[in-house]
Write a new protein. Structure first.
Length: 266
């Protein structure tokens, strides 16, 4: 994906709230070893590391641009970047979480708004569960907003010429499970008292087109990667116009749905 930290963090507060709610579901323990799958710019990872007083926290992300925020000026992310702000035990790695195979296991695997980019969640959560020690915890937040007009309109536009030609049929879709299916899966994987919760995060926008600005930092990154710069500018302008037409020119409450999962192994 073509991530831009400045665009993504335009709605920093709105994107941080689900992380803090997810972190509140974690049971603190002594000397925890943690991995954050899809850590982005690392700011929230650093907060978690300090909040839980972890022994070690490893933040993983596949975007060198996002991870550059965790590096000393002038250095690029490498296999293991230098520690952020001098926090003992806090590290970051440039790593695709789809292929991450850890050595030692962890006390907590946390992932905030990252796993929806990956397919086959039964296989994915099975692999992630194998990363945990006995009594290890899983905490995951997944956006589930595919039915919202902001997503629907982007898919429709991507399927129209001239964009569909340059995209070669690509349409960004997030395919996950239903909440009850996640509950059954966590139980099958052996988690004790799994929690699955759908939560609505209301974002007040000055106008309906604000939803397009919000999604430019996430959903639209795939289109930006595949379209030429000039064509993407056309795409976004038309997309924003359609979103404004659908959602109205006045203030708009963007009711963003997210799924929070938590479980502990015996």
């Amino acid at each position: 994906m073509t991530w831009e930290p400045a665009v993504y963090e335009k709605f920093r507060a709105e994107r941080a709230r689900p992380f803090h709610d997810l972190l509140a579901l974690v049971e603190p323990g002594p000397d925890m070893d943690i991995v954050d799958l899809g850590c982005g710019t690392g700011e929230l990872t650093a907060h978690m590391h300090a909040h839980l007083r972890a022994r070690s926290t490893l933040g993983l992300d596949a975007s060198a641009v996002m991870l550059a925020r965790t590096c000393p000026e002038g250095q690029a992310p490498s296999a293991l970047t230098p520690e952020l702000q001098g926090a003992p035990g806090l590290r970051f790695a440039l790593q695709d979480i789809a292929t991450f195979e850890p050595g030692p296991r962890f006390d907590l695997v946390l992932s905030n708004a990252a796993l929806h980019w990956l397919p086959d969640h039964p296989a994915l959560l099975t692999r992630i569960t194998a990363m945990l020690r006995p009594r290890g915890q899983l905490a995951v937040q997944i956006p589930v907003n595919e039915h919202h007009p902001g997503h629907v309109l982007a898919a429709e536009l991507a399927g129209e010429p001239p964009y569909c030609d340059e995209l070669e049929g690509f349409i960004q879709r997030f395919v996950g499970l239903q909440p009850a299916e996640y509950a059954v899966l966590l139980d099958r994987l052996g988690y004790v008292d799994p929690l699955v919760r759908v939560q609505i995060y209301p974002h007040r926008m000055g106008e309906g087109a604000g939803v397009a600005d919000f999604l430019q930092g996430s959903l639209l990154t795939g289109y930006k990667r595949l379209l030429s710069p000039a064509r993407y500018r056309e795409f976004f302008a038309e997309y924003r116009r359609r979103v404004a037409e659908a959602l109205g020119a006045g203030p708009y409450l963007y009711a963003f749905e997210r799924l929070l999962l938590r479980g502990r192994l015996p």
